[in-house]
Design a protein around this ligand. Structure first.
Ligand SMILES: [Zn+2]
Length: 468
């Protein structure tokens, strides 16, 4: 009962916030910048007074908390936050040891700690494992932004008469941002379900054919493969709205999906540390949510980059993540700010995303010699939950050969990590009716992982045999 009341309360609050922020993008540049500037100062002050880590960081840098220039604030990264986890946290009723226990048990109901906190795991393009703790208020706020900024069209008459069904194609890992935000979302109104992507593609297709969703959201790589199947007339769904996220969406993939499903695809860009950083408007341009976060684009030397030039990193400041503040946090994504006024009427900055988590698939043969595709997330999220791994990378060399590169924590046991990975991967293979004995699995302990020569980014999952 209390849970239901809480959900209704969260939903009302989400709708209220969503309404309140709806017209922010139409405000003048001056107003948008003024509000952002106030929000930066608020979150910096909050972090200073509530997080030991930030207080020490700013004191050491000689920052006057009441009068500072943004560029004087020290830049932080995931490694720093993870090494100082308890001191970054602004709440005292949860700590890293409790979180480790929760992760170890891997029980879904424990992922909401003390009915207050949401625990999310991520690796991102840096490949470093990280955990973040958000409270209910924050989750409600992010959902409100996602709702207010996604140009989803809903035929209300049809919805009342027939109902509205939405599907999220996600990992089903409760610690994954996608699954969390979808289950919190707008979609409470509607009939919703998460179709786990760790199932093989035929099961997903059968499930979708039965459910017939009006709204489809998920990773571009999965939706792209569904489009290919739809073209062969094996997938019989006609979603009115498609929203992608979680991976880099190329123009080619977007246009193919749009062509097959005959509807526009709207992408959302974000990461566990701040989501949604930007949303595609109805003109399919990505606008930064400048009332939610600050995005600074910098070059290799961390110097600010001009408009229309691609940066090397972004420095992210989340205005709302109070339990675990994210201020001038370095992310590996390369984006540029376009010098243009968008036709949609939004005055928020337009960006072009150059890369992000690469979208790929792993290809195997099952016991019946059928070709099956598995999303790499299925393997990497399993590794993300292992806290003795600092960084990892999975490379598929051939249909029966996987290499896992692991950078482990100094004192962790190699044998223990190795056995855990083998056990986890075998479970995944068996679930997909793949004979684990036929797959060569090389687990290598390395000092560094492979980086893309062109972009310098860590590619967490590489398939040498899958081609779009
Ligand atoms: Zn626009």
């Amino acid at each position: 009962m209390i849970k239901t009341l809480n959900s209704i309360f969260d939903l009302m609050k989400m709708l209220y916030i969503s309404k309140k922020i709806e017209n922010n993008p139409k405000k003048s540049r001056r107003d948008i910048e003024k509000t952002a500037n106030r929000k930066i100062r608020d979150i910096v002050k909050f972090a200073y007074y509530n997080s030991e880590f930030y207080r020490e960081l700013y004191d050491r840098a000689g920052i006057d908390i009441n009068n500072f220039k943004l560029k004087d604030l020290p830049i932080i990264n995931k490694k720093m936050l993870m090494e100082n986890f308890d001191r970054v946290l602004t709440v005292k009723d949860i700590d890293i040891n409790q979180i480790k226990k929760i992760i170890e048990k891997q029980e879904e109901n424990l992922k909401v700690c003390k009915d207050k906190y949401y625990l999310l795991a991520t690796a991102g393009t840096s490949g470093y494992n990280g955990w973040f703790v958000w409270d209910r208020d924050y989750m409600v706020t992010t959902t409100a932004f996602a709702k207010a900024r996604t140009p989803v069209k809903i035929n209300y008459l049809k919805m009342i008469l027939k109902g509205y069904k939405s599907v999220g194609l996600f990992t089903c890992n409760p610690m994954h941002l996608s699954t969390r935000s979808f289950s919190m979302g707008v979609i409470h109104f509607f009939k919703m379900r998460i179709v786990p992507i760790h199932q093989d593609i035929n099961t997903i297709v059968a499930d979708l054919n039965k459910f017939k969703p009006d709204f489809l959201t998920g990773f571009p790589s999965i939706i792209f493969n569904l489009a290919k199947i739809k073209q062969k007339n094996k997938l019989r769904i006609k979603p009115e709205n498609i929203v992608t996220g979680g991976e880099f969406l190329s123009k080619k993939v977007r246009e193919y999906i749009e062509d097959v499903f005959r509807t526009k695809v709207y992408d959302v860009y974000g990461c566990t540390e701040a989501h949604p950083i930007s949303n595609m408007c109805k003109e399919q341009e990505h606008h930064i949510n400048e009332d939610f976060c600050l995005v600074e684009i910098v070059d290799k030397k961390l110097k600010s980059v001009q408009e229309n030039k691609v940066g090397c990193y972004i420095l992210l400041t989340n205005f709302y993540s109070k339990t675990f503040p994210i201020i001038r946090y370095m992310i590996d994504d390369r984006i540029l700010i376009k010098k243009k006024k968008c036709k949609c009427g939004s005055n928020m900055k337009v960006i072009d995303i150059k890369d992000g988590r690469t979208s790929t698939m792993f290809v195997f043969k099952n016991k019946r010699a059928e070709k099956i595709l598995i999303h790499p997330f299925v393997f990497s999220t399993m590794l993300e939950l292992m806290h003795d791994i600092v960084q990892k990378q999975i490379i598929q060399e051939t249909e029966d050969w996987l290499i896992v590169n692991v950078i482990k924590k100094e004192r962790s046991s190699k044998i223990k990590i190795k056995n855990k990975i083998i056990e986890g991967f075998e479970k995944i293979f068996e679930k997909h009716n793949i004979d684990p004995r036929k797959i060569q699995l090389d687990i290598l302990f390395v000092d560094k992982v492979y980086r893309d020569k062109k972009t310098g980014k860590v590619q967490e999952e590489i398939s040498k045999i899958y081609k779009i």
